[in-house]
Design a protein around this ligand. Structure first.
Ligand code: GLC
Length: 558
């Protein structure tokens, strides 16, 4: 494996960190395909979810890929158990007739965030504030290291969305609204991942962050010139720098779902930009197309999607696609194109010779120190009227996010939607203040009326959004074309969204102590009232597991 990873990295280094699919990889793919049955080829185009396919299924159906959806973890949820699970899938894939190795994919969007004890980095919104290319690349290297500790070599990241409306539930997954900065930071993350031997996946192609009203999976209504000037830019860079897998967006452009867009996928991405890798659909993304399942499979394959994330219905997908090929509605050339791309990337990555025995570090302090630095650099000081520094002050700490690290980590952490409970390995603001020598006492909100204010010099209210992911984080103000969804809220006003925090602030104000408000959130919200109620206000966004340097900063503030 070592030799192979070096060759993959040297390929990457050759082009800064991308790699053209070498002639030998393409040649190997073509040789293998010659001996494959149609069933085996379609197997390579199929990605099932681990809860719906066994390692024996991988062998029997020659499945090309398995994924873990958000929160889909083995039991126990340890790096060792993950590696054992992934290796079993991999070993069975080698026993299939074609012997093409399986590629296992996960969303390690801000660390290997499904796994207990992983280093959890700030979400992209914070990385955009930090805007540190070197540290973001370092994050990619560390996430790759922790992925490899679990035997995984494919990350459905970076998100390259250009954020638009902050009502979008995935706003925090974007590095921001500036095209140049989003492009540079997402490429830095991709560089770190790929130079460490893990396949990155810029997503979601195309225009995911620009939907009207911020509706997740909604409609981006821009003309072609605007699409190219804004949303296409990160993908132009990604292809140039060696992206070999790109995920297609659930969203639409001018009313046409991306999963059916032959123009943007085949003509532009594969043709004009000469993308040589493979495209991957999003989770049942083909089912958002019109018509029957057969219509959806046909349209998406012909549009140019190569690998299909069909977590549950993967057998039906395979049968349907086989029928479409046998009937001539999907030409074999399209199948061979998709499978060539997939196998060539697997070869270039060294997947044919994976060595699971190599040790990799996981959740170690050196990793956490980088996450800590990025968290500190992402902190925004909105207001400070003689509150900071906190040193030598007796601190009253309250609020739902004071000791609960689920809020500071946000969505895509342990569970798909994140957790409103402690994240193993994460440091709360309470612990971080303590560790940095602050005189801090935690007071539950309910007990605030009982305290003696003269026991304290300053109060900190640690608050924030409840964790959310994707459409569950949408804020809706007006028309919402998805009656089956329950959005996060119906206003951008912080106090209206979080009356529990308004209550805490009301109680705190009765103490006449100076108040430092600390709000964990995945997007800018309307906070005028909160800001007026506070003597100081800081926004850490969603900083992840490490708050040590943020604590040090507000204590010293020099
Ligand atoms: C989700 C997301 C995508 C993720 C995929 C697999 O629905 O849209 O970003 O990579 O499914 O979890």
């Amino acid at each position: 494996m070592k030799a192979v990873v070096i060759s993959f990295i040297s390929l990457l280094v050759g082009q800064a960190f991308g790699f053209e699919l070498s002639e030998s990889s393409l040649k190997r793919a073509k040789e293998i395909i010659k001996k494959m049955t149609l069933q085996e080829k379609i197997g390579q185009m199929t990605q099932a979810e681990r809860q719906h396919a066994t390692p024996a299924d991988v062998k029997k159906y020659a499945l090309g890929s398995i994924l873990s959806g958000g929160g889909s973890n083995p039991t126990p949820n340890t790096p060792e158990a993950w590696k054992k699970m992934v290796k079993e899938y991999y070993d069975y894939s080698l026993e299939s007739k074609s012997g093409v190795p399986l590629i296992y994919g996960v969303d390690a969007v801000h660390g290997h965030n499904n796994v207990l004890g992983a280093t959890i980095f700030p979400h992209n919104i914070g990385l955009g504030v930090a805007n540190d290319l070197e540290l973001t690349k370092k994050m990619g290297e560390i996430v790759a290291e922790e992925l490899k500790a679990t035997g995984i070599y494919w990350n459905f990241a970076p998100t390259t969305a250009i954020a638009g409306d902050q009502r979008w539930g995935r706003f925090y997954e974007s590095f921001g609204r500036d095209v140049e900065m989003v492009t540079e930071l997402s490429m830095a993350y991709m560089q770190g991942l790929q130079q460490a031997g893990v396949l990155a996946t810029p997503k979601h192609y195309l225009g995911d962050g620009g939907t009207a009203f911020g509706h997740d999976r909604g409609d981006t209504r821009l003309n072609e010139e605007e699409i190219r000037a804004i949303h296409l830019k990160p993908y132009i860079a990604a292809v140039k720098k060696g992206a070999q897998s790109i995920m297609i967006s659930f969203s639409s452009i001018n009313g046409e779902k991306m999963h059916g867009q032959h123009y943007w996928i085949t003509k532009v991405l594969k043709g004009e930009l000469n993308f040589q890798g493979f495209t991957v659909s999003d989770w049942n993304g083909i089912e958002e197309l019109e018509g029957t399942y057969r219509d959806q499979v046909k349209k998406s394959v012909l549009a140019g999607i190569d690998l299909f994330m069909v977590p549950e219905r993967w057998k039906e997908f395979m049968t349907t696609l086989k029928e479409l090929v046998l009937s001539g509605e999907v030409p074999m050339a399209r199948i061979d194109d998709a499978v060539t791309r997939i196998i060539a990337v697997k070869d270039a990555m060294g997947l044919f010779n994976l060595d699971f025995s190599t040790e990799h570090s996981f959740g170690v302090s050196a990793h956490r120190a980088v996450a800590d630095k990025l968290a500190e650099k992402s902190l925004k000081i909105v207001k400070n009227e003689n509150v900071l520094p906190l040193k030598n002050k007796r601190i009253l700490l309250t609020g739902k996010a004071a000791m609960n690290t689920g809020y500071q980590c946000g969505g895509w952490t342990i569970e798909w939607q994140g957790v409103e409970e402690n994240v193993p390995g994460a440091t709360s603001i309470y612990e971080a203040l303590k560790k940095n020598g602050a005189q801090v006492t935690f007071i539950n909100a309910e007990a605030l009326p009982l305290i003696n204010p003269s026991d304290f010099d300053v109060a900190i209210a640690a608050m924030g959004e409840k964790p959310y992911t994707e459409m569950m984080g949408d804020i809706v103000m007006g028309e919402y074309p998805y009656p089956d969804r329950t959005p996060y809220g119906y206003t951008l006003d912080y106090y209206s969204l979080h009356p529990e925090d308004k209550m805490v602030m009301k109680e705190l104000k009765k103490t006449n102590l100076p108040i430092l408000s600390m709000v964990f959130s995945g997007r800018p919200l309307e906070m005028t009232e909160l800001k007026n109620d506070s003597d100081a206000l800081i926004l850490p966004w969603l900083p992840g597991s490490e708050l040590n340097l943020i604590a040090k900063k507000i204590i010293q503030f020099n």
